[in-house]
Design a binder for this molecule. Structure first.
Ligand SMILES: [Ca+2]
Ligand SMILES: [Ca+2]
Length: 208
């Protein structure tokens, strides 16, 4: 009887010990799961943060560059703007003079300026007094691909993105009467190999 009680006590003891081990295993597994989730979550948050920063930087860059181009075109008149081809053709560079004032019907103009696509380096350049000794040049944007979004990697004689212009470059201007349509794509690849692309298109009216 005493032995039985002893063995029962032992049995209870073993069961208790087994449960504790099981608890420990489950506890450890849950902890591992939670820790794993936290690590994954941190990773995902990091990626999302990078994606967000990348996307918004590109977004901002596209908007600022488009605003600058629009301001330049709005401050020149059609007859102070070099030939800009009509669709389906385009140009990727414009030269113009900013009309600063009109005195007795005669426009007062500033120094010539140029906005161009530096194709080899994927940049949009703005130059005041181009090709002169005192020319001043600024990079308005980087990360401009050879062709506009949707036109593919190489010119193929087809208007792949169906915007009425064939094989337009990453920066493209075309004309419709006194209006100039500007199209612009910026594209970047992040450290994970994800490509971010932002495209802007705006129709701008030259001043009279
Ligand atoms: Ca096109
Ligand atoms: Ca094409």
């Amino acid at each position: 009887m005493r032995l039985l009680r002893k063995s029962r006590r032992l049995g209870v003891g073993v069961a208790k010990a087994g449960f504790s081990v099981l608890e420990l295993v489950i506890g450890t597994s849950i902890l591992a799961l939670i820790m794993g989730n936290i690590v994954m979550l941190q990773g995902a948050t990091g990626n999302a943060y990078e994606s967000g920063v990348f996307g918004s930087t590109l977004e901002e860059g596209a908007d600022i560059t488009m605003d600058r181009i629009a301001l330049a075109i709005m401050s020149t008149s059609v007859d102070r703007l070099d030939e800009v081809l009509t669709a389906p053709s385009f140009v990727s560079s414009i030269e113009y003079e900013v009309v600063t004032d009109v005195v007795e019907g005669v426009p007062v103009v500033g120094l010539p300026e140029r906005i161009e696509f530096d194709t080899p380096n994927g940049r949009i350049l703005w130059t005041r007094n181009p090709d002169e000794d005192d020319q001043m040049q600024l990079t308005w944007s980087k990360f401009v691909p050879g062709l506009l979004e949707g036109e593919g990697a190489v010119p193929n004689g087809v208007d792949d993105n169906e915007n009425g212009i064939t094989d337009e470059q990453g920066l493209a201007f075309n004309r419709d009467a006194s209006q100039i349509t500007v199209r612009l794509t910026l594209s970047r690849t992040d450290s994970h190999g994800v490509v971010y692309t932002r495209t802007r298109s705006r129709r701008i009216t030259c001043r009279n």
